[in-house]
Design a protein around this ligand. Structure first.
Ligand code: FO1
Length: 328
């Protein structure tokens, strides 16, 4: 049986996984999910990327939005707001609240996040094994100019770090990110099963997830990047940038923070040939194939818009085909 490990962020990763699962229904798919987006709100631990994967593959996702539950209501949020308790800018719905309550209750009882995720997946049956990248707390912070602070003596604006969700959801990435820091990653350990899954994998895939705050954060957990690079199996990625703009989200803002141009070729070079063996770019970026190959990464141009499950399954097939070419 084919074993595939996929590193995944939120919406892009989840939709890709749905296509992959339908392209290779018999494969054993292990998903290593980003937990750098996790946030504690109202005393509850919220894991947006794990939940997005779980709900998307389990049939409970709000399809148009790409995150949160279908047929959601917001009574609890409204009641909290009536007490003056926020943040109001983060949309936690009533159905979604139940997930965070169960998760937080189990964590308080001493279960690690990996065990909690397995328990939550027992309900959703996503058809993949979903592992958090780590059981330890990692929180992505973004360094921005502080509009409320006086400039320093050097005339430069003072800066402050905000939680990734505040940057992404409240500020809509409307201000420049000077740095992206996965706080806690340095001392985090890969969750049980992550390194084993990589070691036993036939292929590792990077879906068109955010290369900085999703896949970059997973790779920042000591041991994961090394395990993938040393696994000796094809590692193939799909570009989240099509025609010099992110397919969705605001990846350009965080790419700039790490000094990477918003282009399919630059993202491939950012991962580097030491990690990546194959790279799929969209047909509109066919002109960059030669440059990526010169950098030592096998590259093909294929349609990369995840219009529906069929189109996404075809992308997954192309990624697996490229993996076979690399392996040969
Ligand atoms: N994204 C938004 O744009 N606005 C929200 O209010 C919001 C709430 C939310 C609640 C639970 C959840 O699992 C995800 C949520 N997201 C929301 C998505 C999330 O902020 C990001 O898209 C991901 O963290 C990036 O992968």
């Amino acid at each position: 049986m084919q074993r595939i490990v996929v590193l995944a962020g939120g919406i892009g990763g989840a939709r890709f996984l749905r296509g992959l699962r339908s392209a290779v229904p018999d494969a054993e798919i292990t998903v290593v999910g980003n937990t750098g987006d996790d946030i504690h709100l109202f005393g509850l631990k919220v894991c947006p990327d794990l939940d997005t994967v779980m709900y998307t593959l389990g049939g409970g996702i709000h399809e148009e939005q790409g995150w949160g539950r279908a047929e959601e209501t917001f009574v609890v949020k409204e009641e909290l707001a009536a007490y003056g308790v926020g943040p109001e800018w983060f949309g936690l719905g009533d159905r979604d609240f139940a997930t965070h309550i169960v998760r937080t209750q189990m964590i308080s009882a001493g279960y690690p996040l990996s065990a909690v995720t397995e328990a939550l997946c027992a309900r959703w049956q996503p058809g993949v094994r979903l592992l958090p990248m780590t059981d330890d707390r990692v929180e992505t912070h973004v360094l921005i100019d502080d509009p409320d602070a006086e400039g320093g003596a050097d005339g430069k604006a003072a800066r402050k770090a905000v939680h990734f969700q505040e940057y992404w959801v409240r500020l809509r990435a409307s201000v420049d990110a000077h740095a992206v820091v996965p706080v806690g990653a340095d001392s985090a350990k890969p969750a049980p099963g992550v390194l084993e899954a990589v070691a036993e994998a036939d292929t590792v895939l990077f879906p068109p997830s955010n290369p900085v705050v999703s896949i970059g954060t997973i790779l920042a957990v000591p041991g994961i990047r090394e395990a993938i690079a040393d696994a000796g199996v094809p590692v193939v990625g799909l570009s989240p940038i099509v025609g010099d703009a992110p397919v969705r989200g605001m990846a350009d803002k965080v790419l700039a923070a790490v000094g990477v141009e918003t282009s399919a070729a630059a993202v491939a070079a950012h991962y580097g040939s030491g990690l990546l063996d194959g790279w799929l770019v969209d047909t509109v970026d066919a002109g960059t194939v030669a440059a990526v190959e010169e950098a030592g990464i096998r590259c093909r141009a294929v349609p990369l818009l995840m219009r529906d499950e069929q189109a996404t399954a075809e992308m997954a097939r192309q990624a697996l085909e490229l993996a076979e070419e690399v392996r040969a």
